[in-house]
Design a protein around this ligand. Structure first.
Ligand code: COI
Length: 349
């Protein structure tokens, strides 16, 4: 596939402190840009990362026609580059686009664009467990027109940011009992930009009380646990692991489905079913709630130290060995080419 490449004159990599990265603050030298116009996707280009020009009337600014993916590139000890389940990402990007009346992106542009971009910015992918290059493919509506209808023009862009952990400190969550993230028939399952914007205000209220995230509950009754917005959520009661089934309100997380598979592979009792908030409170009160953790590309597997629901607060026990660290290690061993990959999730680029 023909991808025109315009390289930077001087890389900025020397100015980056790779041992001290805050998530999503630094971007690599290049980005991929592909335009959709007159009903088709044009040839992509790789150009220096930098500002782009859009008219203020571009539809994305007014109606939020924007979808994205989160992926990571990993390097093994030999310097080979790997992606984790990239087929799932392009499938989900196109499912998100369909929901927002945006055109599907040909898979070849996605895969070949990632490959060429990663080889060009390979120095930005550092070896070593925990180091990765976070990839943000996204599609935005660029047509300069403000009638409330789908855009005729779009841009598909991939930017890359060297990353270590997503959360800098301990994570505690509030279980939602007023605000909602998604409703039946809505866009909750899509990685639509607006799904994230709508969480910022309730999450800022949670921050004021010392909690970093919200576990969203179903919008109708607030009785069932759903997801945490930046992560899917797992509960461990005794030795049983439970996570909510995906539906049109919950993101079909790639890390989530990988953990479910790994649990099955390792004979861990896993139930994918609706989880009542009251069940989790009762398990906590009886001392049976052992773990609560989130999963996602950026966060990988992140233990949650405590939660609050209305006037009930609970701190999770400190355990010697946790499912969270078990799954994190299993996943990272696959991602960094350190263990066998029986499901064919790891893709060398
Ligand atoms: C990811 O985990 O890649 C996501 O897209 C979540 C985002 C809020 C960082």
């Amino acid at each position: 596939m023909d991808i025109k490449i315009q390289q930077v004159e001087t890389s900025k990599i020397e100015s980056v402190d790779f041992s001290n990265l805050s998530f999503g603050q630094v971007f690599t030298d290049h980005m991929l840009v592909c335009s959709y116009t007159n009903g088709e996707w044009e040839s992509p280009e790789i150009i220096p990362y930098g500002p782009m020009t859009f008219e203020p009337s571009a539809r994305v600014f007014h109606y939020g026609q924007a979808v994205f993916e989160g992926m990571k590139a990993y390097k093994d000890d030999d310097g080979d580059i790997f992606l984790f389940r990239p087929d799932e990402s392009i499938k989900r990007l196109n499912a998100s686009s369909e929901r927002l009346a945006m055109p599907a992106l040909p898979e070849e542009i996605f895969h070949e664009g990632l490959k060429q971009l990663l080889h060009l910015d390979t120095e930005w992918i550092k070896k070593g467990f925990g180091n990765s290059l976070y990839l943000r493919p996204f599609v935005i509506a660029t047509e300069p027109a403000i009638s409330a209808s789908p855009s005729n023009d779009y841009k598909f862009i991939i930017i890359c940011s060297p990353a270590q952990s997503y959360y800098a400190g301990e994570v505690r969550v509030v279980v939602a009992d007023k605000f909602s993230r998604a409703a039946d028939g809505g866009v909750g399952y899509a990685k639509a930009a607006g799904n994230y914007a709508s969480q910022f205000y309730p999450t800022s209220l949670a921050h004021k009380e010392g909690y970093q995230q919200i576990i969203w509950t179903d919008a109708n009754t607030h009785e069932y646990m759903e997801e945490a917005g930046t992560m899917n959520i797992f509960f461990r009661i005794g030795d049983k692991l439970i996570t909510a089934p995906t539906n049109d309100r919950i993101l079909d997380g790639i890390t989530r489905k990988s953990i479910i598979q790994l649990a099955k592979d390792n004979n861990i009792d896993i139930e994918v079913r609706n989880i009542k908030v009251s069940e989790i409170r009762e398990a906590a009160e009886k001392g049976e709630l052992k773990e609560l953790f989130g999963s996602g590309t950026a966060a990988v597997v992140n233990p949650i130290k405590g939660f609050k629901h209305k006037d009930f607060t609970y701190e999770l026990p400190e355990l010697e060995s946790t499912y969270a660290s078990f799954f994190k290690e299993k996943l990272m061993n696959i991602q960094y080419n350190k263990s066998e990959d029986v499901h064919g999730w790891r893709v060398k680029v």
